[in-house]
Write a protein that binds this ligand. Sequence first.
Ligand code: FE2
Length: 602
Amino acid sequence: MKLLGISAHYHDSAAALVIDGVPVCAVQEERLSRLKNDAGFPIGAIEWCLDHANLEPSDLDAVVFYERSMLKFERILTCTLRAFPRSWRSFPHAMKNTLGEKVWVRGIIASHLDVPRDRILFTDHHASHAAAAFLTAPTEHAAVMTADGVGEWATLTVGRGERRLDGSTDITLSREIRFPHSLGMLYSTFTAYLGFKVNEDEYKVMGLAAYGRPTMMEQLQKVVRRLPDGAFTLAPEFFEFHTTASRSYSSKFVELFGPPRHPYEPIDLESADGRRFADCAASVQRMLEDILVDIATRLRRETGARDLCLAGGVALNGVANARILCEAGFERLFVPPAPGDAGCAVGAALYADRVYFRNRDRRVPDHPFWGPAVDGRDLARAAREDGQDVGELDQPRLVERIADDLAAGRIVGWMDGASEFGPRALGHRSLLAAPHALDTRDRLNRDIKRREEFRPFAPVVPIEQADRFFDLPPGGARLARYMSGVFPVRHEWRSRLGAVTHVDGTARVQVLEREMAPRFHALLEAYGRRTGIPVLLNTSFNVAGEPIVTRELEGYLTFRRCGIDTLVAGSTVVTKPGGKPALSLKESGAWSSNTAAGSTAV
Ligand SMILES: [Fe+2]
């Protein structure tokens, strides 16, 4: 059975193909259109998926859309009418926006793909999230929790998933919290208030939280009311997201927390306002964590399950995930590589396969590499034509050569095989660098990523060595497989892992098993043989404001216009002419321990 899953129209559109119960490919539209967070109908992603599997649209048994667009329309209409006349300004915008394309999804799919309308199916938004988490996780029986901004009406659901011995599968979402009471919207409201971009910069709030203290819990308790059963409500007078598209927080919110931050105003933690913003971030982060831990703890008691599968945009919060793992009583916590709406393309197709068509359960490969592959020969051709220094090396020599470069302080663009599905670079489209040098971190921030200095980079470590450097709780290595948890760096290593250690001594570490990315694993070992520390800084291969690179040529163009020293795809290595190592290990203080732990400058 051939099923195409589609997620589209809000943020980060994607398509995925499931054939005979197993995903064969998946890609976000932004990775092909090169428009960051492209929310359009993912025609490029669909065409690539069909080409990849050598299929025509007529070969598809069903096309599955990740949510019920009419129900979503009903929610928008209801909320706008309830808020009338306050909402009169936003009413025409909301209707135009919704009626433009979002409601008529069946017609859009039918006309783009020329498939019969009765082959177009719809799943519930949170069922797609739940399926993306449970049906891709190596577990037979698990509690399931999803949390995001909003789907149709639900913003948070809990339930369970079960794979039975007879091959049948069940996902039951037994309870939900409904719009406008939403953890995702609460966090996004603070994201906007703190001057960051909603639906894009939520992780900056998490990063900033480490610089503050949760001094505003009392104020937050007026905004978020906890209920005896663990649920919560948001006090509507502090919000406007449910009545207008122009501002998410109200004047009462500003009275309570003070004036908002202007997006172009730098955050100066020496100033009273800067500290207030950091404290706001710390407070909303604490509130989010407390609620999630509480709901997860009750779910654990209710289901008796040892495993929890977690998805929805809120599951991108690695600090909250780590607390759930440590405190809610589960042994393992599974967060898929694309827990947000893009991942719903895979989730919707798998849900249709197992639950709607009742097909037998199949084990889904446990990796994030579902996108287009790179070809080193194409990179070599382009780089030679451009007059660059190109080498072709067999794998062992390539790994040793790149480990030398990294040990010499060079920044490496590393492309290998199929691209990652989801927001994290996990070793196939990564920028790599030595993890100790604050100078390297600053060079990456300044010349390539052009981002705020308070944002730390992530480390990657082989699973065999993870406990030596990071304080991982039981189940931590699994959560860190797709960089979904934030864990303490062991005290004695913080100075020598300065470029990847956050100000609070933690890191969003990727714990790598050899089978998932063998060449990447070999590189970590080779780097470890040179430096005694098999840990690398691993950040996504893109410059500020652009999606992660997909093809070799995008990698090459990125390499040419910013401070990347060496580029790798397949067996091809391109080096900038005259490119000098940025720092030697001795200069950068790799072997000393006199750098302040996690001394991230702000
Ligand atoms: Fe969602």
